[in-house]
Design a protein around this ligand. Sequence first.
Ligand SMILES: NC(=O)c1ccc[n+]([C@@H]2O[C@H](COP(=O)([O-])OP(=O)(O)OC[C@H]3O[C@@H](n4cnc5c(N)ncnc54)[C@H](OP(=O)(O)O)[C@@H]3O)[C@@H](O)[C@H]2O)c1
Length: 278
Amino acid sequence: MLKNKKLAVIGVGKLGEALISGLLKRNAVEASDVTGSVAHEPSISRVKERLNINVTLDNCEAIKGKDVILLAVKPQNMDRVLKEISSSVKPDQLVISVAASVTTSFVEERLPDGIPVVRAMPNTPSVINAGMAGLCAGANASEDHKSMAEAIFKCVGETVFVDESLMDGVTALSASGPAYLYVVIESLAEAGVKLGISRETSTLLAAQTMLGSAKMILDSKQHPAMLKDMVTTPAGCTIDGLMELEEGKLRVTLIKAVVKAAERARELVNTQTSKFSK
Ligand SMILES: NC(=O)c1ccc[n+]([C@@H]2O[C@H](COP(=O)([O-])OP(=O)(O)OC[C@H]3O[C@@H](n4cnc5c(N)ncnc54)[C@H](OP(=O)(O)O)[C@@H]3O)[C@@H](O)[C@H]2O)c1
């Protein structure tokens, strides 16, 4: 799908670099077909060194003749960048934005009529090709545009299309999610330390257990409760541990954490949209 496609990445920071690196590793695109842009001169050599792609400070130059324009600047820079490139964007180019809390209509309103836009919310494990990206299509994006965007994020992990109204939920669950799960791993490792296991070994035990449990759910497609029951022998030790988790309200705490983060993402949409529009 991406073969011979030319890609511009506006803002080759942490996320832009992770995506380009994933695409290059998979041979999904040629390095010579990718142009990145950055804000500061010293960043040019950083990007060239790491990715061996064309890099420029000129966003309009970067998008010239490209099939896909991926916007990976911070949300607060989106308004400026969109206004800057607006007169250079052509209707046959697909614009993909990964900026948190920036809606497809925000992007569409700042570009000429009819430009196809897809919004994506990836997460940091994209760096190691284990990412999860939620995607939604703007008003002018066709099935082909959606497939193109999907192909890009599939190079660094899994993808799912959702209604745009659910993107705050995706942000709170899978984009913020690694932070919650790091806390869970850290806590399990602390427990290992309390029981006399070295920190290094405890962290390995906890992290590999998290990885294996997630893989069991994805590979077996069984409900997590079924898999939990398989570990829980009657009158064994796991049920005692589970009772402690119930008493500590782990489930409701996690639910409330994601709901709260989604509310915050929604607030950011409102404050950022009004701020950017000034
Ligand atoms: N990091 C994540 O886990 C994650 C997850 C989901 C979504 N996102 C979204 O991805 C976007 C980028 O995040 P990040 O963490 O990669 O940020 P970052 O590391 O700060 O990267 C931003 C990049 O944008 C460049 N830039 C700034 N202004 C520019 C301009 N006017 N023209 C061209 N390039 C410009 C910067 O250039 P210099 O290097 O020269 O300063 C930098 O390379 C954000 O909108 C964020 O919401 C990030």
